[in-house]
Design a protein around this ligand. Structure first.
Ligand code: MSP
Length: 507
């Protein structure tokens, strides 16, 4: 069985989950479900990043000890996995002993391979990003005062530190990028990574001594830099450092991340892995950022979008559909209630929900909830079914490039074809004079419902499940292999009671 490993970034537990966390998680879940339908063995992990200065400060501001604080906040992220009905196979917390063991082994190996040395660090640090910056990457805003491109003021840090010999890996990284032209998606972001590496890499400070909330470096008063600790989570989840079967998933590992943390995943992470002679990840998929009505989302502006609220108000499938459909994966997107409502009303309620409801109610009323005819290639409109089977190949190609919104676009073009066929064949009219003709058109439409029910499973699984259950399609007949004529629903096939699929929301 082919294997694939999909990961979300692990989330900082300094605050509540927001749309960014939900977006990354939804993309991963869609990929995981898609590959399951292709009969892959899928490991999908998510979790929380619980160490570092940022989290320590957040705990202090709430007058809590860090452990008590992270236990509480991590639970909010765990809850989100349930609210989003994620199909993750693991939820990892960096405070767990399995992870501390993995990160410590990783560090020991770096040391063993001569990749670490002790020196003094002096430079700029952003607590918000948990990242060191060179002055050339910052904007000067006053005498000895600098900020990141996001407007966060950086602190001057001067302390003893362990360093990773990142500069040694510059040429090897560039060679690796050349040999792996698909390592980072989308391509434009890959170019940014390459330029960053070409301008020169400095050794990376990988430990701190001025605070204590982190994994201790054995035999010293240092704690590991939170990013080293965090990146190793991807291995911990596969059982590292134990040599075990799950490590085979690493061969086909996919990290889905936001564009802001690309440097850590596409530069530091492969260099660290090469430094311990471990295989690099297969792919980094960088998505864009969401704004709210054109404005950057931030707590101080009070415009944070709470996924729990959205889902409660409009439904999970609606929320997922909008995020996946609205923008191509690498682009930034803007969230506004009016574009959200337009999208879900027109695509989900009108084009999709309405069509299915009309046909199924009609069959229920006039054909005793049974399929009146087995579609045949000689039937008027049979091309609709043929086309439905055929789009699989195109969808797979787009999906493999992680063009999730294009896949949905194709599926909804097909739903437009279904609506056109419904309007043209007018079964509710022909039924009166020629019930056989109406029966044929309706049966063709029902087969097209089975087809889109299968296709939509990775994207809006609740809807698909409802539809396929309504059509009375067994659980074992729902994967991509079933998209062929052999599995066509036959005459006398009994349906379940029609139910409402997508309500319309008023603006
Ligand atoms: N802890 C690190 C990741 C370590 S992975 C080894 C981290 N955590 S985070 O909680 O700050 O961010 C998690 C993800 O949310 C990032 O991929 C980030 O890009 C994403 N988003 C945060 N705000 C976002 C939007 N407004 N829009 C889309 N995604 C954004 O970084």
């Amino acid at each position: 069985m082919k294997k694939i490993y999909i990961t979300t970034p692990i989330f900082y537990v300094n605050d509540l989950p927001h749309i960014g966390h939900a977006y990354t998680s939804i993309i991963c879940d869609t990929i995981a479900r898609f590959y399951r339908l292709k009969k892959y063995d899928v490991q999908f992990t998510t979790g929380t990043d619980e160490h570092g200065l940022k989290v320590e400060k957040a705990a202090k501001s709430k007058n809590k000890n860090p452990k008590e604080f992270v236990d509480e906040v991590s639970e909010n992220f765990n809850k989100l996995t349930h609210t989003l009905k994620l199909s993750n196979t693991d939820f990892i917390r960096t405070t767990e002993s399995r992870h501390i063991k993995a990160a410590t082994t990783f560090w020991d190996l770096l040391e063993e391979k001569g990749q670490i040395y002790k020196d003094k660090y002096s430079g700029w640090y952003s607590i918000k990003d948990e990242s060191f910056y060179q002055e050339k990457e910052l904007q000067k805003i006053g005498e000895n005062k600098f900020q990141t491109s996001d407007g966060d003021i950086v602190d001057w840090v001067e302390e003893e530190s362990y360093f990773f010999k990142l500069s040694n890996w510059q040429d090897k990284l560039l060679k690796f990028y050349e040999e792996n032209p698909d390592f980072v998606t989308p391509f434009s972001r890959y170019n940014e990574v390459k330029s960053f590496v070409k301008t020169g890499l400095k050794d990376l400070s990988i430990s701190r001594t001025s605070f204590s909330w982190g994994i201790k470096v054995r035999g010293s008063n240092h704690i590991m830099y939170v990013w080293i600790d965090a990146l190793v989570n991807y291995l911990t989840s596969l059982g590292y450092p134990k040599i075990n079967q799950n490590l085979l998933f690493w061969q086909n590992s996919h990290h889905v991340i936001g564009k802001d943390i690309l440097k850590f995943h596409a530069v530091y992470w492969p260099a660290l892995l090469m430094a311990i002679d471990f295989k690099t990840p297969k792919k980094i998929i960088a998505h864009g950022w969401w704004t709210n009505n054109g404005k950057k989302i931030s707590k101080s502006l009070g415009n944070v979008i709470d996924p729990n609220e959205m889902i409660e108000k409009f439904g999970l499938d609606q929320f997922k559909y909008f995020l996946l459909r609205e923008v191509p994966l690498g682009n930034d997107g803007d969230f506004s209630e009016s574009s959200f409502l337009n999208r879900i009303n027109s695509d989900l309620s009108n084009n999709l929900g309405n069509l299915i409801q009309r046909v199924m109610k009609f069959l229920s009323k006039n054909f005793e909830q049974k399929l009146p005819h087995t579609p045949k290639s000689s039937d008027y409109g049979f091309e609709l079914i043929e086309k439905g089977y055929l789009i699989l190949e195109e969808l797979e190609k787009k999906f493999e490039k992680f063009n999730l919104s294009k896949c949905l676009e194709d599926i909804f073009f097909y739903i437009d074809d279904m609506n056109r066929f419904m309007d043209k064949s007018e079964p509710w009219k022909t039924f009166r004079e020629n019930p056989e003709k109406a029966a044929k058109s309706l049966s063709i439409l029902v087969e097209s419902f089975r087809i889109i029910g299968i296709y939509l499973q990775p994207f809006i699984p609740d809807f698909s499940d409802k539809l396929l259950t309504l059509l009375n399609v067994d659980l074992k007949n729902r994967d991509f292999d079933c998209l062929k004529y052999e599995n066509v629903l036959k005459r006398e096939h009994v349906f379940n009671e029609p139910i409402a699929l997508f309500p319309r929301y008023e603006k």
